[in-house]
Write a new protein. Structure first.
Length: 119
């Protein structure tokens, strides 16, 4: 199905469209995943660096989310054969395809917060 050429009929949609939407929702479900995504958008980072950029996340939660995002094909884990071993996390090429959409989410969120503050 070429989504660029067709409108999505959510009432009678193809099961693949529903599953694709579910995958996107699951991908960013939870408190930390979009923040991790945004942080890794800047650059590949080590675990401790990620912790510094993401206030209030526990090491256990960061580890769990990184593993889940890695299994989902969003985060890649680089292990460099050095002493001590260097491990960095970054976004996969597939995840980088989401950057324009992610940017739109952030821009919408900023506009929405501005409107909400005025009320």
């Amino acid at each position: 199905m070429d989504l660029k050429k067709t409108e999505i009929d959510f009432k009678n949609c193809d099961p693949d469209v529903g599953m694709a939407l579910l995958e996107v929702v699951n991908l960013f479900a939870g408190k930390w995943r979009m923040i991790i995504f945004a942080t890794l958008y800047m650059e590949d980072m080590r675990f401790k660096e990620l912790q510094q950029y993401i206030p209030n996340i526990t090491p256990r939660m960061l580890s769990k989310e990184l593993k889940d995002l890695e299994m989902s094909g969003i985060v890649k884990r680089h292990v460099y054969d050095e002493i001590p071993v260097l491990i960095q996390y970054g976004l996969t090429d597939s995840a980088r395809e989401l950057l324009p959409t992610f940017k739109q989410f952030v821009e919408w969120g900023l506009r929405h917060r501005k409107k909400a503050k005025k009320k």
